[in-house]
Ligand binder design. Structure first.
Ligand code: AMP
Ligand code: ZN
Length: 467
């Protein structure tokens, strides 16, 4: 089987074929940086991370772009309320976004373009849309004329005949009842304070939807492969992105639209007033480890609502302990050999793993395949069938699974302030061992022990943790 994905555009599970063979281009709508991102946002970003990891595992060369919405109604309001510049205000939340995503093992995207650094591209797009008669200017603001775009509403399955289409909407976010010509460029107003750009369109600032159209087109080109985001973005955000981009390119914006369902917390929508609103750091403070957060947030199929339960930590710990215990078992196994049985097990379980992910990223099934492998590997250890070569092959398999799951590498509690120093001592030790300089290797190891660091060598990789 090869990868199939549910495409919101067609409402069907479709075989995945990239625009350019062997290469995948994907774009995820990133955070609006007006507050620290919450675990619901991270659930959505984790789905992109999982897909990106699985595509890389499958041999694709992935180019993943995630934008940073550092200008919209909310960021302007926040910066002006504090009386600081938009840049200073959003820098703070961009930093916390990167800190948190690294904590839970979301790999680096290839690029994190900021909207404020793409104003000329956006102005050009508005000018092209005006030229093509898809947009018009009124009172210094530019609006997209939705009845100029015959397929408007297709992604969101809007019935344009039934909807009472109003005249214009200026705000970045609105409901289906408010289907109207939407703002591409907004004329500067008093409430914007110091925020605004002098451009050929006049002094103003871009609408939220325009940002993603300009940046995805610039970095991934026409008809790129996969566009991702949470389900709430289907309308109006993604619908509007399609109208804007396709209004100038006359080609589909993206080939596959992948939307993840929302995260519920303790069965409810997250909200500050219910006291169930968490950020990654909140959970760390409550004693969750990074890998436990990752596990909890990834659970379930991406197209189903996931219920994150603060009380679910014990069962998450148990599941992860099974994974970890298997790695330790393999490491300490001193069996007589059973290569053919191990190879059979790997072939079977890895096939199950691939079949699951190929089936529209069925993570729960893939996890079941891994736990089957864990059970088989433990039995082989018990039966003394794991010797040195088997150990290496089995660990290599675990690592391959983990290149998609991302749990084994999340050893540390949080980004350790001394991690750079620790890593360089480990490297010094490994280098010394390679050149058989045992006294130097011992010295580096002692320095680590003094700092309370335990290291273990696993399948060619040294992992560390604090005592
Ligand atoms: P925002 O920072 O508001 O632009 O949202 C960033 C991403 O998080 C978007 O893709 C949203 O769809 C997604 N998102 C917002 N709330 C949730 C939630 N409760 N569960 C899952 N994803 C969410
Ligand atoms: Zn977007």
């Amino acid at each position: 089987m090869a990868l199939k994905l549910y495409n919101t555009l067609t409402r069907k599970v479709e075989p995945f074929a990239p625009r350019d063979p062997g290469k995948v281009t994907m774009y995820t709508c990133g955070p609006t940086v007006y507050a620290r991102a919450h675990i619901g946002n991270f659930r959505t970003f984790l789905v992109s991370d999982l897909l990106r990891r699985y595509l890389a595992y499958s041999g694709y060369d992935v180019n993943w772009v995630m934008n940073l919405t550092d200008i919209d109604d909310k960021t302007i309001k926040g910066a002006n309320a504090e009386g600081i510049s938009l840049r200073e205000f959003t820098d703070r939340f961009i930093k916390s976004f990167h800190d948190d995503r690294k904590t839970i093992g979301i790999l680096d995207a290839n690029l994190y373009p900021r909207a404020t650094e793409h104003i000329p591209e956006m102005v050009k797009m508005v000018e092209d849309l005006i030229e093509a008669k898809h947009a018009y200017v009124t009172d210094g603001s530019a609006y997209f004329k939705i009845d100029s775009f015959p397929t408007y509403g297709q992604l969101a399955r809007l019935n344009m005949e039934e909807l009472r289409v109003g005249e214009r909407v200026a705000s970045d976010e609105y409901e289906k009842e408010d289907v109207r010509d939407f703002a591409l460029w907004k004329n500067w107003e008093e409430v914007d304070g110091p925020v605004g750009w002098e451009t050929s369109l006049g002094k103003g600032r871009p609408g939220w939807h325009l940002e993603c159209s300009a940046m995805s087109l610039k970095y991934l080109g026409k008809g790129f492969d996969i566009h991702l985001g949470g389900v709430d973005l289907i309308f109006p955000h993604h619908q509007n992105e399609i109208a804007q981009t396709e209004g100038v390119t006359h080609e589909p914006l993206a080939r596959y639209w992948v939307h993840s369902e929302h995260l519920l917390v303790d069965g409810q929508k997250m909200s500050k007033s219910l006291g169930n609103f968490y950020t990654v750091t909140d959970l760390i403070e409550k004693g969750w480890k990074p890998r436990e957060i990752r596990y909890g947030l990834l659970s379930g199929h991406y197209r189903q609502r996931t219920n994150f339960q603060a009380s679910g930590l014990d069962s998450i710990k148990q599941a992860l302990a099974r994974f970890e215990a298997c790695a330790v078992n393999l490491e300490h196994s001193a069996g007589q050999g059973g290569m053919s049985e191990l190879k059979d097990t790997i072939a079977q379980r890895e096939q199950e793993f691939r079949d699951a992910f190929d089936d529209d990223l069925n993570y729960p099934e893939a996890l079941a395949a891994i736990f089957n492998f864990v059970r088989d590997a433990n039995t082989l250890c018990q039966d003394k069938k794991i010797g040195k070569p088997e150990q290496e092959l089995a660990m290599e398999t675990m690592r391959r699974f983990d290149s998609v799951l991302g749990y084994l590498d999340l050893q540390q509690e949080t980004a350790d302030p001394e991690s750079a120093e620790i890593e360089s001592l480990i490297e010094a030790r490994n280098e010394a061992r390679k050149s058989k300089n045992w006294s130097e290797a011992d010295r580096a190891r002692d320095a680590l022990t003094e700092r309370g660091i335990i290291i273990e060598d696993r399948a060619g990789k040294t992992v560390w943790r604090r005592k």
